[in-house]
Design a protein around this ligand. Structure first.
Ligand SMILES: Cc1cc2nc3c(=O)[nH]c(=O)nc-3n(C[C@H](O)[C@H](O)[C@H](O)COP(=O)(O)OP(=O)(O)OC[C@H]3O[C@@H](n4cnc5c(N)ncnc54)[C@H](O)[C@@H]3O)c2cc1C
Length: 490
């Protein structure tokens, strides 16, 4: 099994140091604790970092990147360029629709002896990496491709069941992960070596989002490597202790908000795990323990994607391959427009559109609402989140959607359909969160804030929230929709 899919030579020092090395940045936009980059500076005396701005993917209205993630990544690249320059490492941004061809051409131009890259787990990225390996070999000249484990603590064959198969349930995976964990696993790879000054550095500015056709958006988290570090320190030194209690309350400042950093690699997983452990994750601090568990979820979903790449488009549980979906365009329209008439769902959908982020509890509520209450295929929602999320990460997004739809690993049992009203009452009891994003409800009394349609007509007029005029009536009746969803899965 070890010989399967991603069989590149792992780091080994060559017979002698090579001179010119390229490090291909993908989702590892940081200087510190970057395994592949640190290795590149050990392998070569001249290192060129490169980011391939793939026009099939990194462009407005294209397949993948949305405006928030684009803005976050471009800001990260700006800071990365400055940090690399201090080490005399050049950063080039190459616009291309064929990153492999672009890299090989750069390697020829620089007479590079090696390309380093940190491993990624998305099937499309892995296919591209295999192509790079094949084409580098075919080209015949002595170009080595070195790949490194960087975005996870444990790789795809490190955590297996006793029968040497991948885990498909989180809790036993986590148990084995924790049993295997040693401080060495999260030890920092340090700062890359400072190199001799090159004759010239590329000074072409990192493009602005607008120049690539993206809408201008305001980021509400500090971007770049420095932003990630500051946020991690602030969270693990001040808030992690209360994480367990507050993590489900969308109006509270209870979670780390580090997901965009973890997805872009502006913070490393080792830095996060080490900080959780310093905060007491293995010594009884419930908040830190719970946060570490979330980091392990991230890793679990990466491993699921590696071992079961079909899950990108098909249910993990193949029993559900032909599950019928109503896919009513009118119902879908209400969800996309954040006008379902369920305040918690609409507030969450407006949060994603106005900030590029959505609280985890709300991701579950909105995803279940789309798939169970509205009977719309989970892939539609998955694609929508992909376009909006600043922290979009295929493994976690597909994992989260399949979990919510009931088709995934460790999926919520089919009969568990979240009730958006009870969820809202429990996690937003005073309606603070819904009022923040749904101003139509600003003056609605708290007892009606999650079910405004129950207000008598006079009260609706008095508080400026007439159902059907100022705010929509519920698109479906939750209890009826729930029964239908359960029947479908039986
Ligand atoms: C339908 C759905 C879609 C999702 N899509 C994404 C996505 O595209 N990108 C993404 O990073 N997360 C996704 N998640 C997981 C989770 O919602 C976010 O990681 C989390 O809300 C980010 O906020 P935070 O950084 O404050 O998290 P914290 O609560 O502070 O957690 C710390 C880190 O742990 C990881 N993490 C936390 N919860 C999960 C989880 N359930 N699954 C996997 N990793 C987790 C994230 O990297 C996160 O930054 C999705 C969840 C669902 C239900």
């Amino acid at each position: 099994m070890r010989q399967a899919a991603y069989n590149f030579p792992h780091w080994r020092r060559g017979p002698g140091n090579v001179n010119s090395v390229i490090h291909w940045f993908r989702r590892d936009f940081r200087v510190m604790d970057n395994t592949g980059l640190a290795a590149a500076t050990r392998l070569g005396d001249a290192v060129t970092g490169v980011f391939m701005l793939d026009t099939r993917w990194f462009a407005a209205n294209m397949e993948k990147t949305g405006a928030y993630q684009a803005a976050f990544w471009l800001a990260a690249l700006r800071e990365l360029r400055t940090g690399l320059a201090q080490l005399h490492i050049d950063l080039r941004i190459i616009t291309t629709d064929d990153p492999v061809a672009g890299l090989l051409s750069l390697a020829r131009q620089l007479r590079a002896s090696a390309i380093t890259l940190n491993k990624e787990y998305e099937p499309a990225q892995m296919a591209q990496d295999h192509r790079l390996l094949r084409e580098a070999e075919k080209a015949g000249h002595d170009l080595k491709i070195y790949t490194y484990c960087d975005s996870v603590i444990f790789e795809e064959f490190d955590i297996l069941t006793a029968a040497e198969t991948p885990y498909t349930v989180f809790t036993p995976y986590k148990r084995t992960w924790l049993a295997k964990y040693t401080a060495e696993a999260a030890a920092s790879r340090g700062r890359p070596r400072k190199l001799p000054a090159p004759p010239a550095m590329d000074t072409t500015p990192v493009p602005l989002s607008a120049a690539l056709g993206f809408a201008e958006v305001r980021l509400d988290v500090a971007a770049g490597e420095s932003g990630g570090r500051t946020m991690l320190d602030e969270f693990t030194q001040q808030r992690i202790g209360l994480y367990r209690q507050k993590r489900d309350i969308p109006a509270a400042d209870g979670v780390s908000r580090l997901s965009a950093h973890l997805a872009a690699g502006t913070i490393s997983i080792r830095q996060c795990v080490a900080a959780a452990i310093s905060a007491g994750a293995l010594k009884g601090c419930a908040g830190a323990e719970c946060w570490l568990s979330e980091l392990i979820w991230r890793e679990f979903y990466r491993m699921v994607l590696f071992h079961f790449p079909h899950t990108v488009r098909l249910p993990f549980n193949r029993r559900y391959d032909h599950l019928p979906w109503e896919n009513d365009p009118n119902k879908l329209r209400t969800w996309l427009a954040a006008q379902t008439g369920y305040p918690i769902v609409d507030a969450a959908l407006r949060q994603i559109q106005s900030t590029g982020w959505m609280h985890n509890r709300l991701r579950m509520i909105t995803a279940m609402f789309l798939t169970k209450d509205l009977d719309i295929d989970w892939r539609t929602g998955e694609q929508w989140f992909m376009r909006w999320l600043m922290d979009y990460d295929q493994a976690s997004n597909v994992g989260g959607w399949q979990w919510s739809a009931g088709t995934g690993t460790d999926a919520a049992p089919y009969f568990r359909v979240m009730n958006p009203i009870l969820q809202a009452r429990r996690f937003d009891p005073d309606g603070v969160f819904v009022r923040r994003f749904v101003p139509e409800l600003a003056r609605v009394p708290v007892e009606f804030v999650h079910e405004p349609w129950l207000m008598p007509p006079l009260l609706q007029s008095q508080c400026g929230c007439r159902i059907g005029q100022d705010y929509p009536a519920p698109v479906v009746d939750h209890n009826t929709a729930r029964q239908r969803a359960i029947q479908k899965f039986k």
